[in-house]
Design a protein around this ligand. Structure first.
Ligand SMILES: C[S@@+](CC[C@H](N)C(=O)[O-])C[C@H]1O[C@@H](n2cnc3c(N)ncnc32)[C@H](O)[C@@H]1O
Length: 281
């Protein structure tokens, strides 16, 4: 897991697609009609781009407990679903940073569509060198991002740098499992070269070395495997639903989601939900 390694081009190539926002809005209108309300809750069927969808974002904020008026950072914000939902639900200000230009443009367009441009700011950039001052966020979170990052110590150090003393960081990650390497493609990578999974124990060590206090560290593999298995069985039985990640990622996501489920079911991946704190001064 090389420190300083840069896999930006591979990551961007994996996620980049065209016309993401317009395809999402068109799919919603097709299913719900032209009067479909374009709210963070309705968009959540597609724009929380991680295996657990909005349910997993709810678990994350139950730990993070964002408060009205706070400045929250979403590291690897994707197309902005969690940022919009959290900003509108908790009346806070969320800054999302993401490496993939097409995702950043989609996030900005969906911020406009939902009327949230004043509460959600999107910045294109790397989690490993964020263009933010030291100590400028109250809380931060990151969902299913570190699997794309080889330099995990660098990721955690940078997250700590931009948090205020006493600030909280919530993480929800796919981690390495005990039973061998994952099957590819997976939703975050087409091939092993772009996938970097740490074990739960390595993740804990990296966080402690970055100076964080561990407040909660939960291995959620069993719960996650059950949710993924239900999704896999539905996909295999019924094919892709009208609304899903394939609307912007294309039909290739189906094989990746099925592998994602099999990996969890076979113990080739595990999953963790973590809450850590930057020590107060
Ligand atoms: C599986 S998506 C999750 C998106 C979002 N967190 C969500 O849950 O909806 C992973 C995201 O991480 C972003 N990403 C990967 N490596 C990154 C890095 N070094 N810096 C910033 N973003 C990164 C990708 O561009 C992609 O948007």
């Amino acid at each position: 897991m090389a420190e300083g390694r840069d896999d930006s081009a591979t990551v961007q190539a994996h996620y980049s697609t065209d016309d993401i926002a317009s395809r999402i809005v068109a799919a919603l209108r097709k299913v719900m009609g032209d009067e479909a309300p374009l709210t963070p809750d309705v968009l959540a069927q597609m724009d929380h781009f991680h295996g657990g969808g909005i349910a997993s974002t709810r678990d994350l904020v139950a730990a993070l407990q964002p408060e009205a008026g706070e400045r929250i950072l979403d590291i690897g914000s994707g197309i902005g679903g969690p940022a919009r939902w959290i900003a509108s639900t908790f009346r806070c200000h969320v800054t999302g940073i993401d490496l993939t230009p097409a995702f950043c443009r989609a996030a900005e367009q969906l911020n406009e569509v939902t009327g949230l441009v004043d509460q959600v700011r999107i910045v294109e950039g790397s989690a490993l060198a964020m263009p933010f001052d030291d100590g400028c966020f109250d809380r931060a979170y990151s969902q299913n991002v570190v699997m794309n990052i080889a330099d995990k110590p660098g990721f955690y150090r940078e997250a700590s740098r931009v948090l205020k003393p006493g600030g909280l960081l919530a993480l929800s990650n796919v981690a390495a499992g005990p039973n061998g390497p994952p099957r590819f493609p997976v939703p975050w990578a087409t091939s092993p070269e772009a996938s970097f999974l740490s074990s739960p124990a390595e993740t804990r060590d990296d966080l402690v070395r970055a100076g964080f206090e561990i407040l909660r560290f939960e291995d959620t593999s069993t719960k996650t495997a059950a949710v993924r298995q239900a999704l896999r069985e539905r996909l295999e039985r019924e094919g892709l639903p009208p609304l899903g990640f394939h609307v912007f990622m294309g039909e290739r996501i189906k094989a990746a989601q099925i592998n994602g489920a099999r990996n969890a079911e076979e113990g080739r991946t595990s999953s963790v939900e973590i809450l850590v704190r930057k020590p107060p001064n």
